[in-house]
Each structure stands twice: as C-alpha cells, then as structure tokens.
Design a protein around this ligand. Structure first.
Ligand code: 5AD
Ligand code: SF4
Length: 454
C-alpha cells in the first residue's frame, strides 16, 4: 500500500481540503500517515495570506528536498506535491525555486489529482475553472469520518468578491461560489450518519452564501442552516468567516430562533478607524459595525464575538490605531486574531505609499494583543460558576479526563469516568485557566434539548 502525508497550513478551509484530498487519494490506494518520513507522497497544503505563511512553505520544501534525496538513496521515490493558495498564486515560482517539487495543484483542481499524479515530469495545474470540483470529489468513507472525530468542517462557499485592499483571497480562491443546498445536505447527512454531531459551515465569505435551493430558488445561509438543523444527530452548528456587510436580518434572526446554532460569531472588523476602513475597501464604518453588533446581541444576548484585526495598514496614524483599541474595549470580544499588515503582491494596498514602520507596527500589535487577551480572560473568567452543556470531543489532558467545547467555543477539561466521547454532559465551570476551562459534572443529567442553562 502507498502512503501519503498531508500537511495543512492556514485556515480551516485548508483543513477541509486536506481531508477531501485524503479521500480522493484513498480511492487511489494511498493510506494517510502522520509523518513525512517514509511516505510515497508528501503534500503541502499551503497558505498565501501573509508573507510569513509563504516563507514557511519554502522552508518546509527545503527540508522535504533533503528527505527526498535520503529516501532515494534507499530506493524509494518520493513525490512532493504543493497544493493550496501558494500553489495557486505562485506555481511557476515554486517550480523555479524548488526543483524537488513534482506537482503544483491549485485549490480548484483537487478533483484532478489522480490524473495529475499519473503524469510524468513536473506538472502544474492552477486553472480556476468554472466547473464544480465538489461534484467530482468522492465522499469520505464512514471509517474516515469516524477517525476525524465528532466535529467536522463543511465548505459551503468558496472565494470572495469583496476585494478588501489587503487581501489575496479573491485572487487565490477566485470569485465567490456557493455549493448547491442538496449537495451540502447529502454531505452533512453522511457525516451525521457516521457520528458527527457538530458542524462548522465554512467559506471565505460564508454569510454571502447564496446557493441553489432544492426548490430552484436561491437560498441564503440562514435558510441553509435551518435545513442542517433538521438532520438527526446534528446538535451544534457554527459558521465562519463572515463579512459585516452580508449579515442579513434573516441570519441575525437565526441566532435567536435556531437552537442548534451556537452562540458564537466570528465577524472580522479589521480596524476601528473609518479612514482606514475606507482605505481597506471594507464597505462599512466602525459605527455601522457597532450597530450591527447591537442588533446581533439583541437577538442573542449571550453571544460570544470574535474578530480579526490588522495593525499598520498603510497610512494608519496613532489616532487611527487608538480607534481600533477603543472598539476592542467597547465590544469586549471573547477572542480575536491580530496581525501585522503584510503587503501582498498584486493587491491594491501593496502599491500604497505611507507604509508603517516595522517597529511601530510591532508596538501596536503588542498593545492590541494585550487588550484582546484582557477581554478573552474576562470572558473566560465570567464563565466560572455557570452551568453549560459540553459536547465531549476527545480525550483530556490527563487520564480520567475528557475534553470538549462550551457553546461559546471554549475548551473545557472535565473529570469523568462515566462518559464517552460523543456524550453531551451538563457541567459546572469551576475554574478558568489561561487556555482552558475546568469543570465538574452537574448533579442533573443534560436534558435532551441542547439549550443552555441559565
Ligand atoms: N496582512 C495582514 N493580515 C491579513 N489578513 C488578510 N490579509 C492580510 C494581509 N495582507 C488577515 C485579515 C483576515 C485574516 C484571515 O487575515 O485580518 O481577516
Ligand atoms: Fe490561507 Fe486564505 Fe488561502 Fe485559507 S484561503 S489557505 S487563509 S490564503
């Protein structure tokens, strides 16, 4: 049997794509292995979002070249494949810089992997074709689903039409595309039948979802999630990543009306200054974002919010940055990601003057991260004493412990001998550590419905 090692970088869509590539390669007789050593095929599923992510790929390829040479000395021919967004954005450059690479395959060509691997010589396939790759990718086997656990990602939308001035996604993942409802439902029903209880619907701009419905009309994300909630066994639904402009009334209402939709929303704002938001081509102001959050909180008062931030976008002044800090302190995000601006070739912002000095960017990032961390800790500590339902997802840190997530996406460790992975248990949160919560089983068993306790 041939073996493949897949290493994914970057976002959750890459994790999902990595699994789908494993599924298609499994049909070709490849078994997945945890280590590149000894593998017949090593596949890097790459990220192009910031320069640092790209540099990681070339470093990794340097190591794989050594491995390939060493394995060749042992009579094994190792194939190196580069997939993902770096493959899409700089396929020719990869081939030039690292001759050990056998195949470069872009995110829209994964369904062609078997034929591409069968070709000899060095191959590049980075077309962005209109045909629907999802229709050609095989469904995972029951065994593969079970091995991946009870939480799953499902891509429902890909690409982006928003063209934020800093972002490569519209170029690497192409125009916005929504999978048809029936195709998504078939996939989720299959996952649920194999034991998945928790699904996260993913897309680069997932709340812009507008797929073909079974009735021939166009369905939005809220309507799609309503249907997903009807699948027996699916107790928890989440979605990511969203754009503030696409946060429609029906989606906000779903946070009030759909019990399976978890009270967590990742809604990147990027910056708190209107001048910078305009320069970023975000198409919303800080005020509009604040009012949107008010409306979401009205629909679901306990919702946990998270965001992405970029510091040091070209032209960002001290006053602009202070507006970002003010917004962070006002909203009180449960968690957030923050990045230094990284100029990306081909994006409009890369050509702007007024790039912010690296030391200044560094200083701002540290200050922002201190505020983000402060609010994260506050959110976690506010959980102490509360009773919540925890879906047990994996073994805990120590023997006799199981780990799961709160509805607010916080990791929890629980002492229990009486339960198994897949059980939902009612837990009293006793302590908040720096990265997880610790809880004990509540006296009463969890009720059949998955609503939160007070
Ligand atoms: N520089 C820094 N951060 C970026 N992001 C996207 N493009 C860039 C860039 N050029 C961040 C945004 C986005 C997240 C996925 O990555 O905050 O929401
Ligand atoms: Fe990276 Fe964005 Fe591509 Fe995901 S979509 S792999 S985050 S560049």
């Amino acid at each position: 049997m041939k073996t493949v090692h897949i290493k994914s970088f970057g976002c959750q869509m890459n994790v999902y794509d990595g699994q789908r590539m494993a599924d298609i390669l499994s049909q070709q007789g490849y078994k997945e292995t945890a280590s590149p050593e000894g593998a017949d095929l090593v596949l890097l599923n790459t990220c192009h979002i910031r320069d640092r992510a790209v540099q990681k790929v070339y470093t990794e390829l340097g190591k794989l070249r050594e491995l390939k040479i060493a394995q060749k000395a042992n009579g094994q021919h190792t194939k190196i494949v580069v997939a993902g967004c770096v493959a899409q954005a700089e396929g020719a450059e990869i081939q030039r810089r690292q001759p050990a690479v056998d195949l470069v395959v872009g995110p829209q060509a994964y369904h062609r992997l078997p034929e591409l691997l069968a070709q000899t010589g060095r191959v590049v396939d980075t077309d962005l074709p209109a045909d629907d790759k999802f229709g050609y990718l095989p469904a995972p086997t029951r065994k593969a689903i079970a091995a991946r656990g009870i939480s799953a990602f499902v891509t429902v939308q890909e690409g982006c039409d928003k063209f934020c001035a800093f972002c490569v996604v519209p170029y690497t993942r192409g125009a916005e595309f929504s999978r048809p409802v029936a195709q998504i439902m078939a996939e989720i029903e299959r996952l649920a039948a194999a034991g998945v209880q928790d699904v996260t619907l993913i897309g680069q701009n997932v709340n812009a979802y507008h797929g073909e419905g079974p009735d021939g009309t166009v369905w939005g994300l809220a309507q799609l999630m309503g249907r997903v909630a009807e699948v027996p066994g699916i107790g928890r639904i989440r979605y990511t990543t969203s754009h503030p402009r696409d946060m429609g009334d029906d989606l906000i209402a779903a946070h009030r009306d759909l019990p399976q939709l978890m009270p967590f929303l990742h809604l990147p704002v990027q910056a708190g200054s209107d001048r910078i938001l305009a320069a970023m081509n975000r198409k919303h102001t800080a005020h509009e974002y604040r009012r949107l959050i008010d409306r979401v909180r009205l629909a679901r008062p306990d919702i946990a919010l998270s965001s992405d931030f970029i510091v040091g976008f070209p032209g960002e002044s001290h006053a602009d940055f202070e507006n970002t800090i003010a917004l962070v302190d006002e909203i009180g995000f449960a968690s957030s990601y923050s990045f230094k601006y990284s100029p990306r070739p081909g994006t409009p912002a890369a050509d702007l003057g007024e790039q912010v000095a690296p030391e200044l960017m560094h200083e701002r990032l540290l200050r922002l991260q201190e505020r983000i961390e402060h609010h994260r800790q506050a959110f976690n500590h506010a959980m102490v004493g509360r009773t919540v339902d925890i879906l047990l997802e994996r073994a805990g840190r120590h023997a006799g412990q199981l780990a799961g997530k709160t509805p607010y996406l916080q990791a929890v460790q629980i002492e229990t001998q009486a339960h198994r992975i897949g059980d939902t248990v009612r837990v009293v949160i006793e302590r908040a550590g720096s990265n997880s919560l610790f809880g004990r089983l509540a006296e009463l068993p969890a009720p059949a419905n998955k609503e939160l306790a007070a």
